[in-house]
Design a protein around this ligand. Sequence first.
Ligand SMILES: Cc1ncc(COP(=O)(O)O)c(C=O)c1O
Length: 483
Amino acid sequence: MPHVKYRSPSIAPAYTGRLSTDPIPSLRLPDEAMEPAAAYRFIHDELMLDGSSRLNLATFVTTWMDPEAEKLMAETFDKNMIDKDEYPQTAELEARCVAMLGRLWNAPSRDDEAAASPPATTGATTAVGCSTTGSSEAAMLAGLALKRRWEARRRAAGEPTDRPNIVMGANVQVCWEKFARYWDVEPRLVPMEGERFHLDAPTAVERCDERTIGVVGILGSTFDGSYEPIADIAAALDDLQQRTGLDVPLHVDAASGGFVAPFLDEELVWDFRLPRVASINASGHKYGLVYPGVGWALWRDPAMLPEELVFHVSYLGGDMPTFALNFSRPGAQVVAQYFQFLRLGIDGYRRVQQGSRDTAIRLADGLEATGAFRPLTRGDELPVFAVTLADDVDAFSVYDVSATLRERGWLVPAYPFVEAREDLHVLRIVVRNGFSDDLADLLLADVRRALARLARQPAPVRGAEHADFSHGAHRQAGTRRGD
Ligand SMILES: Cc1ncc(COP(=O)(O)O)c(C=O)c1O
């Protein structure tokens, strides 16, 4: 009996009793219930084996927010975004975020209309849009709108609507290939060439024809953080229309850049200031500075979003148009996005992103200064850069460097570069809010230590079979090769 007594949950310290001795099934439901504290400990402890998200330099996704944002999110975990009628204020916050983004991305002003409305709407734009779970869902929605508009134009002209295509660089994130595959659109991927690591205007326009539903330009590329030349692509499409009559819209995948360029690169014209830009997506959970998952899709004006794609739900006794793939979706992330907009404002976002950019540039320079690396980009567009090994390094591979850094907890992905330049093997580093100069110095010190050790190897140990799953790079390593 003493045995039973010592295992009584009321007196057992944390790691006695069921928690330490009874097997818990992991692939079928347990027969019995357990105390929530015990369930918590089991799962919490298992998750310690995950890497630390703050040391994860592979992800673009936000890994630090103010405690007040976390509190607000915890208070709104139970809100379903789709229940617009029941949670009208959450719906209102979503609408305000869309309005703010419309302005941030310079959609045409609606001030004429606003003059007759309450002051809060002054400065409103013609943009319409919605929140999503991330840029992938936003890409599906924007791609669908392009497809439907193309079909409508073709039908009106008495032309067939089969075999649509979409033009983009081979560096697109995998979500665009998914879009093409799921919705039967031919992906026309422009391969990389030489030191051109993303789409450019001539190569994009070259692939457009009367079946092109749109061109996707990326601000900035998942592979190396570089901005594609959106204004040049738009101008080349304007020229195409003048020469041939082909009117091909441009969608900007600003998953990361949509929250960087407006604050740090004001002179860069990439958004709705270009009449050719029909729609833009961005990830609230990347440089929008919100925990996963929230994204945004905006269209220049309602004409760019075919009415047949919009569903209507009741809202404050009225009508609220919605456009989404899922029905239920957490509201907390949208609330958190609104929190960040209020908390940071333009100046706050600018300072956060400038801090990340400065750190990224410092890191890229620091890696180059070791003599072991050649930066392909320098972190001066997105705070993201890729480095390959210097030509004279033959004792180790980027995969060896990545594995050695992992021993200290740093997660720095290594992978073969963009299609057609897979001869380059790179390390990519994403600097985000919360990755301070202090951490960057610690990383650099660990890199130097790792290099000193690796230089003594007779030959590289790890090859591309150790490539990481890394936000788009897996497309080359997986799906595409398997095609
Ligand atoms: C350019 C680009 N587009 C789309 C995506 C997909 O975004 P999400 O993870 O928000 O679905 C990413 C993710 O890294 C990206 O970098």
